[in-house]
Design a protein around this ligand. Sequence first.
Ligand code: NAD
Length: 378
Amino acid sequence: MDEAVSGDQVLTIGVPAETHLGENRVALVPDTVEQLADLGLSVVMESGAGKGASCDDEAYALAGARVESRPGAVYRQADVIAKVQPPTPSEVALMRPGAFLVSFLDPSRNHETLASLTEHGITAFSFNAVPRTTRAQSMDAMSAMSTVAGYKAVLLAADTIGRFFPLLMTAAGTLPPARVVVIGAGVAGLQALATARRLGAVTAACDARPAVAEQIKSVGAGFIDMSVDLGAAEGQGGYAREMDEEYYRRERDLIREHVANADVVIGTAQVPGARAPILIDEGMVRDMRAGSVIVDLAAEAGGNCELTVPGDAVTRYGVTILGPANVASSLAVDASRMYSHTVGAVLKYVIKDGALDLNFDDEILRAACLTRGAPATT
Ligand code: NAD
């Protein structure tokens, strides 16, 4: 078969296999493929693309996709490319000029990829740039992946610490519940609190945005109130804003005792476009009991703990500090299902009557499309 382009005018959505080391997720799961096929769209999957998420080629074929094994063929054939990780510049070079890309793409880090997307006339929809509004909620892949990460962080801690999470009263003695402190109660933090509580831990959290106090309490956690001393650090779009080092120094002093008394600390504090704030310094680690665990979900953004080694686990002063990378990928089946749902929502938003309809007056597209190419030709 000629691999150039399908001869008809049907819009082709392509899902290449992820090449980023350790990436197990896939951009579309068979359920979403079926929905897109029902809309009259053509879907082409690279053979093996769903393997890490336990979706085999046969399931995709049954859902109505065409499966391609030729290297680069998916990129060359698709009008729309759906990916998880940002494409590499060499992957971008394979794309059709005017193609529409949907993936994660960090405007503050992926400069080379963005330059190459611009050069090749690709319109790139980035999940990192979707506004946090009610209208865009179904496209909020960042929140979906933060939910996965928050849940998994607790499991990592439970698997590392040498003690139970719940209070146990047994004939062999009474064991007190683990104390879990979460720093940053956004999407990941709230999920971590809820998960730790379901395992029986006693939980507490702080956030630079005092407005989240009610949400912290709603998942059964104690609220570490820093607002009186620090004031609000609420920024735009529901995020925290970057504060100066003096703010963070005072914050560390305020939470020092809570961290020292915790068995598990989960750091999730991030500020968009900036290095994650250091909220656990070396002295605070030294003050923790030996055997305690820190899970630093902000590791990829530099880490909330001064001693975190991104992508690695280290033990300092008897405390194990985990700095996991790409946590969502380790729960690839459900992470892919959630991600695929958000990709499906984007595609249904931009495809009208079987063709791409990109209206850049729309606030979601204006914010999320980091590059704009010429309209795709089918
Ligand atoms: P994030 O991953 O950028 O940060 C995680 C948390 O860390 C945030 O709650 C932030 O306030 C907190 N933080 C930052 N600096 C801190 C510091 N110095 N000390 C303590 N905590 C600190 O954020 P996120 O979880 O992706 O989202 C943040 C918020 O955005 C959500 O809680 C929600 O209010 C809002 N949101 C809204 C929508 C929507 O309306 N559709 C969707 C998703 C999120």
